[in-house]
Design a protein around this ligand. Structure first.
Ligand SMILES: Cc1ncc(COP(=O)(O)O)c(C=O)c1O
Length: 390
């Protein structure tokens, strides 16, 4: 566990965000551009910890690792085989990225120029944070996935965190009202992490059609593969229509690639060119990971199987929570959030002592637990610990 790579902390402590401009590619636009004033208070999102920080603090012998929204049913056997077969040629630089980009472009009906690959979606979120964070304010939900806003804050971007609706969804109306001349980007995590809720697709489409005319919209679709109809729900259609919309996708979730690191961004070719200046691109992905992604992409048999197992584990969790008198927020994803009846930090510690890692949040004057959906044995370990702790 100690050796777990903490990419966000690496970025935090590394020269990149500490302002050592000398280490940045020379093609980067000047970081000394005029900046808007910094927000008075720190970003009031989540509990301030990253998934990795929570995992690092967790016991080494975890019975259930339910804090980072990974898919324990992946990667697929095909992916593992592709990795094994690619080992013999690993002395070569990874040149298969083009195959993966083409595959995604063909599936989405776009050109390769609309797509940017990197080692997971985090570097793509960072690229957007660096670019837009120097230009003005970032509008986001609260609570929502805080990675991009936190990174933008390092570039002195004011963060406008808009509370969710009463049913724990991003409040599009309220977010739109916050747009003004200083707004650089609207960041939407859909489905939303940590609440597991999804926006109405028609409303979101109408929102981007309107809003993207004045402000770029970044949609983080890390969990969209868990929905019954990802194709009908994705906002990649908005990119196809020429809107100033960026859609981030990752192989880390349903494909089970969190440790392999493959993600991509879909956007207008000019935007891809701009953001490419801030990212390493496919050369940062290992050749085995790229090969595994090529054989995994849209592997429906694997995806349906993983979804079925996820749903069974999720139902078990719902039943456990109901039995104990807790009411979760209905989730469309591989994690579930529910209000707890004790201090969140203590709850995490008590569950951790019993070998179960989960995460806590505090918002709406309430402590919350977010639990990732694991294998059935992990959910049973959760249930056992939860019955003792709750
Ligand atoms: C909403 C969201 N976006 C992006 C990421 C980053 O994932 P990765 O860098 O593994 O693609 C995560 C990880 O948990 C996430 O929850």
């Amino acid at each position: 566990m100690k050796t777990l790579m903490n990419r966000r902390n690496w970025l935090k402590s590394g020269a990149l965000l500490a302002g050592s401009v000398s280490l940045l590619p020379t093609s980067l636009p000047a970081l000394a551009a005029p900046r808007p004033p910094a927000p008075a208070a720190p970003l009031p999102l989540a509990n301030g910890l990253t998934d990795e920080e929570v995992l690092r603090a967790a016991p080494v012998q975890l019975r259930a690792r339910l804090s980072a929204n990974e898919n324990p049913f992946g990667p697929s056997d095909k992916a593992k085989q592709a990795i094994t077969e690619s080992m013999a040629s690993c002395y070569q630089y990874p040149m298969q990225a083009r195959d993966l980009i083409q595959k995604i472009a063909d599936y989405e009906g776009l050109t390769p120029e609309h797509i940017m690959l990197d080692a997971g979606s985090s570097p793509l979120l960072l690229a957007a944070a660096m670019h837009f964070g120097q230009q003005g304010a970032i509008i986001t939900g609260d609570p929502s996935y805080a990675d991009l806003p936190r990174k933008a804050e390092k570039f002195k971007a004011p963060i406008v965190a808009v509370p969710l609706t009463a049913d724990y969804k991003l409040d599009l109306e309220a977010m739109e009202k916050k747009i003004d001349s200083r707004t650089a980007l609207v960041y939407l995590c859909n489905p939303n992490n940590p609440t597991g809720t999804v926006l109405d697709t028609a409303k979101l489409k109408a929102f981007t059609a309107r809003v993207s005319q004045k402000t770029p919209v970044f949609i983080d679709e890390a969990y969209i593969d868990y929905l019954p109809d990802p194709r009908g729900t994705t906002l990649i259609a908005a990119v196809k229509q020429g809107q100033n919309v960026m859609v981030a996708r990752t192989f880390s979730k349903l494909y089970g690639f969190a440790g392999l690191r493959v993600g991509y961004l879909v956007a207008q070719p000019a935007m891809i060119k701009t953001l490419s200046q801030y990212a390493q691109g496919p050369m940062s992905i290992s050749a085995p990971a790229i090969r595994a992604a090529v054989v995994s992409y849209q592997d429906q048999a694997f995806m349906q199987d993983a979804l079925k197992k996820t749903l069974a584990s999720k139902q078990f969790l719902y039943d456990t929570l109901k039995r104990e008198g807790y009411e979760p927020i209905p989730s469309v994803t591989n994690f579930v959030m529910f209000p707890i009846k004790m201090d969140g930090k203590r709850f995490v510690e008590e569950m951790g002592k019993r070998g179960v890692s989960i995460r806590n949040w505090e918002f709406n004057n309430q402590h919350w637990c977010r639990v990732s959906i694991g294998r059935m044995d992990e959910m049973q370990a959760f249930a056992e610990a939860f019955t003792q702790v709750s």
